[in-house]
Design a protein around this ligand. Structure first.
Ligand code: PLP
Length: 347
């Protein structure tokens, strides 16, 4: 007899990107982290928060961070919620909307964690195939499921849909359209304004990538107050600790530092894409801090292994839709020069 629910006993867990224990000796381009440190103002805010106050619980409403986000994105505070990483929001959105046997949808390929979350919930999953051109196969005129996750820009391909396209998708969904904008800060545009226009749109963001704070676990969502209120009921009441709350407010306020890091990463991305093309790679135009690129023999694993031997980590997906290529995070210009040299030697 098992003590576990059958779906939990039967499901496979999510497998995060590999974090090598001896990280310093690797060029690590496998989990879309930011190669630059967090803003000095963030470090200072965290240091200032590490005093006697740590014996007290943090602000359960994460007000400082919510106010900073509300100001930055132009929404009232009750349209904003903070989370311990945007993964927490994705989890709570599915818990709020889809019960056992109810259906949710997402594109394939996209963020594979949605499948795990649906599995925990015993929700049904419908996937729609995404082509490298951006075309979505077999999308019905109306999608009647409870929730649709749209990773925009798409992970791992990097392509994106513009606001009009996402608005049209929202109109076709009976349920919630969750626009997972983990990488939107690296794109020319985003869907924040749709939250005001479409009652069923929620936008989620993370500070893991564009704000260099993956280690702090910080995310947020913008949605209508009634949806925020529902998410508020579900979350752990102290989901952001004191250090995280200090960090998120300081990070969102220091926009100059944020902008300069994002600009450098986007410039490196364009340079790297051109170098890959010179090496004969097929590169999907990317609006994120990574590129999906395939060698001419379409053997992603061969290149992954050869890079691994040289202590360069990139992401290879053992998924028939993705085995022909690799997802390569954008590091510093120096790191990308090293990978270009390695790829040119590997052939
Ligand atoms: C598409 C997408 N959404 C969400 C996340 C989760 O981000 P966080 O670190 O905020 O939990 C990731 C992380 O890799 C991601 O790729």
């Amino acid at each position: 007899m098992s003590y576990l629910r059958k779906n939990i006993a039967d499901m496979a867990g999510y497998v995060p990107g590999f974090q090598p224990p001896d990280a310093v000796s690797w060029i690590k381009l496998n989990t879309n982290e930011n190669p630059y440190p967090p803003s000095p103002q963030v470090i200072q805010a965290i240091q200032e928060a590490t005093g006697d106050d740590l014996r007290k619980y943090p602000d359960a409403a994460s007000r400082a961070g919510r106010e900073a986000a509300a100001e930055l994105y132009g929404y009232p505070v009750d349209w904003v919620i903070m989370a311990n990483g945007s993964d927490e929001l994705l989890n709570n959105l599915i818990r709020a909307c889809a019960g056992e046997g109810e259906e949710i949808a997402y594109l394939h390929p996209s963020y594979s964690y949605y499948a795990t979350l649906a599995g925990v919930q015993s929700a049904q999953v419908k996937t729609f195939a995404l082509m490298e051109s951006g075309e979505i196969k077999d999308l019905p005129e109306r999608y009647t499921g409870k929730l649709f996750f749209l990773t925009n820009p798409n992970a791992p391909l990097g392509l994106r849909w513009n606001v009009e396209e996402v608005a049209a998708l929202a109109d076709r969904c009976d349920g919630l359209l969750v626009v997972d904008e983990a990488y939107a800060d690296f794109a020319a545009d985003n869907c924040l304004e749709l939250v005001r226009q479409k009652p069923n749109v929620v936008v989620t963001r993370t500070l893991s990538k564009s704000y260099s704070l993956a280690g702090m676990r910080l995310g947020l969502a913008i949605a209508r107050p009634e949806i925020i209120a529902a998410l508020d009921k579900i979350r752990d009441h102290y989901n952001l600790d004191r250090l995280a709350q200090a960090a998120i407010a300081a990070a969102l306020i220091d926009q100059d530092y944020f902008q300069s890091c994002v600009e450098r990463i986007c410039a490196t991305r364009e340079w790297f894409a051109a170098e890959l093309e010179k090496l004969g790679y097929h590169v999907i135009p990317s609006s994120a801090n990574y590129l999906f690129a395939s060698p001419s023999d379409r053997n992603g694993k061969r290149v992954y292994e050869a890079l691994y031997q040289r202590k360069i980590l990139v992401r290879y997906f053992n998924d028939p839709a993705l085995t022909h290529g690799l997802r390569i995070s954008i590091g510093t210009r120096e790191e990308m020069e090293k990978i270009v040299q390695a790829l040119s030697a590997i052939g």
